[in-house]
Design a protein. Sequence first.
Length: 312
Amino acid sequence: MNKRDHVAVIIPCYNEEAAIGRVVSDLKQTLPQATIYVYDNNSTDNTASEAKAAGAVVRFEGRKGKGNVVRRAFADVDADAYVMIDGDDTYEAAAASKMIAKLFSEGLDHVLGCRMDNPESTAYRPGHAQGNRLFNRLVSGLFGMPVTDMLSGYRVFSRRFVKSFPALSKEFEIETELTVHTMRLGVPQAEYQVGFKDRPEGSDSKLRTFRDGFKILGTIARLLAHERPFATFGIISLIAAIFSLLIGAPVVWDYIQTGLVPRLPSAVLASGLAVISALSLTVGMTLSGVLRARQEIARLAYLQYEAPADGE
């Protein structure tokens, strides 16, 4: 049986040889008692050797994608507190100790490292900054809880959060799933501002703005359907009902006036939309019941683990 770490640092990495050594060294300095795990995700450079030389425990995940790495790491590593940070040396490593202290002192399950927006820094590309703000507003509005930096890769978790998190995403959508999970379970959480700087020379971003942006939107849509099914399918039902009435009303009026149905295609379309409306409403109500059961199971799984407490 693996020994439980008091603090474990998880660093997903793909081709970060230019930065990973510095990241590990900085984390060892600010968290000398922590075990640092670098998960090499099929790198084609010297990421693994640089991480090992800096003192990290190096492990490998063959399935490409940050979500796959996080799923593997959360399953393999047992700790009282987990720090998740990117291996590109853009986040302020020194903030990790303060985030962990906040987690334990306030009994939290999740501390989100919110990147401070520095206009003089080139780390936060304009397109990424605008997209992040848009996603923050969208998720806050849809799930009813404010979030400042939902796409941040710098987070601290309790053991009970990690061991009750399903981790279904495969790539960069993992941050969205983590954020919605905190909202869904209503876990105690807080935000903490962290420094954010440019990548070192020779390190390139793996995030593709449009492709990954659309994937994140798709993840939000799927999570919305899973977590708020009555609202999702209720809106579909309402839209279908409105169009059914708009298309069907003239047909009904003609029938009342003449006893004939001269617009047969419109009548068929209106009837089809009415059926879709009724089915969508039924699906929404059914899935709401299923959601209630899932929420109870998830909450019970979460409560199986002890609350965060600063141990020796």
